[in-house]
Write a new protein. Structure first.
Lengths: 100, 659
């Protein structure tokens, strides 16, 4: 059987990838992707512990995270589309009209 | 049964208030009068039920629902029917019903027809709650409720400034009285731990065998006087009588129902309901008797000099209420209630008659523009004559029996110290004569002599006016109530007239529900001696002769010159309104303007509000720099936040809870 640390390691790697993506990318879609990766890293951790402790609550939690992620993606992509229509760009640094 | 009887008018009031505006007058009138009519039948039924019980157990108690239960404070809505409330519900619903019927004609064509009947029905509900309540708090609900309806109905013509301000005046003056009443209720709860009438009166009867002496301000006297303050407000006694004359700004049926027959007698009812308490305080009784007699005399003198037909009747009401309080004060509670009942009949007739006249003259209330109306309105005239003779107190009209009972009880009162019984009787006697004079003046000036309405309307360029007798829907109530003001007095026929063979029926019926009066030390020696029937008959004869002389004298006097000048002091009601204005109203207005508005409101209140707004703006000026508009700086902030939370759990040691 694969030890738990492997799962956690994969999750940690995924989370790091996601974080770095969000930090370094300026493309709005890429940032959303990074967020999705981070969420799924968290999901993986939840499922891991859930099966390790023989406790269903973690898996149920995953469903909630998925629903939230789907909603977030829908809203996020809608914003991205509108951003593109107005600015003809996906670079988030150029969307700063609200800045003081 | 009692529940249905009470709730019926409330239901109708709700229905009329919500849907009434779209309905025709016929439907509104049917609902408005129907509900009160049903209440009347139920009241009659309840009364007969009560009647059939043996005299010493004449109590029907009906719980309704539990209202407040906080610690030791237990207040339930329950209805308590005994001889006292039985008499009250009977005449309240009866007179109420006929006044509702009268209103059908009186209010015809008024745009607020549904509103009027909704308020009137609400009033009937509140009055029944007041009368049937089994504890002080529910009574207080009714007490305030009738006050509210009185306010709404005085201000019924709210587009007229004087009606709106009269309504406010009534409400505010009543507030002063209610403040005393509320304090009394609180003191009762603090002392006895309960608010149920039966329990409170039981405790008083058990714990205080002796009445508190005259001049002694003990616990019971304090409670009694506080409650009496409430009674002076509601029943328009000196010094809180000023609202009742102004209350005539409402439609005339309202004046008849609320400001003559029913609501204003609530103070008398409350004192009779608490007679066990009042019978234990000679001080309170003396004060009540004195205030009552003084009010009776004082209001009667003002009544001599008013030109508005309704104002005369209003002062006459105050004066008659004074009689009732006088009766309570001398320990004759049953005589007080008897006078409440007869007064309800004859004063309703007089007010409705005045209403009939007012309608016939297109809402003219000034008697100087009336005169000669008996040719045009024979029915109104005839019924008004019954009311006139009844209030003047000529036998066999109803007012005679009750007024005579009160005067006789005052003469022989055991509760007041020695010369006062005679003095108070003298005041009552003088009031009786004045009553005969001002009522004669009203009748003569309104119905006899020249027709002055035509002259005045011609002067204004309008077509000459011919008054007509009112429609049947208005004259039938007049006839019914007139019949009662003729015959209603026989229920309380004093035994002196039958030489003791027939007991006073009314007193026998209501007696068990009331306390017997305490005895002042001056009268201890005479205890047990029955004052003779001969004396009673003699005094009654003297009163009747004096009243008759006054009646005939006044008739000649006013026939010669109906519009003779009246003393300015009396016409201006002894300047009491002006005095209150200078003493209370103007200082209050000045203090509010100079200090409360210009100083307190402007600097402190406004300063606080503006200060809050300014500090929020200052904080925002700093915080808004955090909003850079750069998405990636937000990302960094989120990351830093996440790290801080994580760091907290790792280093500070908040354990992540895992089962």
């Amino acid at each position: 059987m694969i030890p738990i640390s492997w799962y956690l390691a994969v999750a940690a790697v995924l989370f790091t990838i996601g974080t770095v993506t969000v930090f370094v990318k300026r493309n709005a879609i890429a940032m959303l992707l990074g967020i999705e990766v981070m969420l799924n890293a968290a999901n993986l951790t939840l499922v891991t512990f859930s099966s390790y402790f023989r406790e269903l609550a973690g898996q149920i939690m995953v469903f909630f995270v998925m629903v939230v992620a789907a909603a977030e993606a829908a809203v996020g992509l809608a914003i991205v589309i509108l951003l593109f229509r107005h600015r003809e760009t996906l670079n988030v640094d150029e969307a700063q009209a609200l800045r003081l | 049964m009692l529940r249905a009887l009470v709730v019926m008018p409330l239901l109708a009031a709700g229905i009329l208030g919500i849907f009434g505006r779209r309905w025709s007058e016929r439907v509104i009138a049917a609902i408005g009068c129907g509900s009160v009519g049903l209440s009347m039948l139920l009241a009659l039924y309840a009364f007969i039920e009560l009647w059939r019980l043996p005299p010493e157990h004449r109590v029907i108690h009906e719980p309704f629902f539990s209202w407040i239960a906080v610690g030791s404070l237990q207040v339930d809505w329950g209805f308590h029917l005994d001889a006292l409330s039985g008499v009250y519900i009977l005449f309240v619903t009866f007179v109420g019903f006929w006044i509702h019927v009268f209103s059908v004609g009186y209010m015809r064509g008024d745009p607020g027809y549904a509103r009027f009947f909704a308020y009137m029905n609400l009033f009937m509900f509140m009055m029944l709650v007041l009368v049937l309540a089994d504890n002080f708090l529910v009574m207080f609900v009714g007490w305030e409720g009738v006050g509210l309806c009185s306010y709404l109905l005085i201000g019924y013509y709210f587009d007229r400034a004087y009606a709106a301000s009269a309504a406010k005046k009534a409400f505010i003056v009543n507030r002063i009285g209610d403040f005393g009443f509320a304090l009394g209720i609180i003191l009762i709860f603090a002392t006895f731990g309960t608010l149920r009438f039966s329990e409170v009166m039981g405790i008083i009867a058990a714990r205080f065998p002796e009445p508190e002496a005259l001049g002694e301000i003990g616990l019971l006297t304090t409670i009694a006087l506080l409650l009496f303050v409430g009674a002076t407000g509601k029943s328009a006694q000196i010094p809180l009588h000023v609202w009742l004359p102004d209350a005539m700004a409402g439609p005339t049926p309202v004046s008849a129902l609320i400001h003559a027959a029913t609501m204003v007698t609530a103070g008398v009812y409350m004192i009779a309901r608490c007679s066990e308490l009042y019978a234990r305080s000679l001080t309170a009784l003396f004060l009540i008797a004195f205030v009552g007699a003084l009010t009776a005399l004082f209001a009667a003198t003002i009544g001599l000099a008013q030109w508005n037909i309704k104002k005369v009747l209003a002062y006459s009401t105050i004066s008659q209420l004074g009689y009732m309080f006088l009766a309570c004060g001398v320990g004759a509670f049953s005589a007080a209630i008897f006078h409440v009942v007869t007064h309800a009949f004859f004063k309703a007739v007089l007010f409705l008659g005045a209403g009939s006249v007012i309608v016939a003259l297109h809402h003219e209330e000034d008697m100087r523009r009336m005169g000669g109306l008996k040719r045009f309105m024979p029915l109104t005239y005839g019924t008004m004559l019954c009311g006139w003779l009844a209030i003047a107190g000529l036998p066999p009209f109803s007012g005679f029996f009750s007024k005579d009972e009160i005067l006789w009880r005052t003469w022989t009162s055991p509760t007041v110290p020695e010369p006062w019984g005679r003095l108070l009787w003298g005041m009552g006697f003088a009031t009786a004569i004045l009553t005969a004079i001002y009522m004669t003046r009203l009748i003569v000036v309104t119905f006899d002599g020249q027709e002055r309405f035509a002259l005045l309307t011609e002067g204004q360029g309008s077509t000459a006016l011919t008054p007509h007798e009112s429609p049947r829907v208005m004259t039938i109530p007049l006839l019914v109530l007139a019949a009662l003001s003729i015959g209603g007095g026989w229920i309380g026929l004093s035994e002196a007239y039958t030489g003791g063979r027939v007991a006073n029926w009314f007193e026998q019926f209501i007696g068990p529900a009331l306390a017997s009066p305490p005895v002042h030390p001056d009268h201890l020696s005479a205890l047990g001696e029955e004052p003779g029937h001969g004396m009673e008959l003699g005094l009654a004869a003297a009163t009747v002769l004096a009243v008759l002389a006054a009646l005939l004298g006044a008739r000649r006097f006013y026939r010669r010159d109906p519009l003779r000048r009246v003393p300015a002091l009396l016409e201006n009601k002894y300047y009491v309104d002006e005095l209150y204005d200078a003493l209370f109203v103007r200082p209050l207005v000045r203090g509010s303007t100079v200090f409360l508005w210009r100083v307190f409101d402007v600097t402190i209140i406004d300063g606080m509000v503006n200060g809050v707004a300014a500090s929020v703006a200052a904080c925002a000026a700093v915080l808004r720099r955090l909003q850079t508009g750069l998405v990636r700086s937000y990302v960094v902030m989120i990351a830093i936040g996440a790290l801080i939370v994580l760091g907290y759990f790792i280093f500070v040691g908040g354990r992540i809870p895992i089962r």
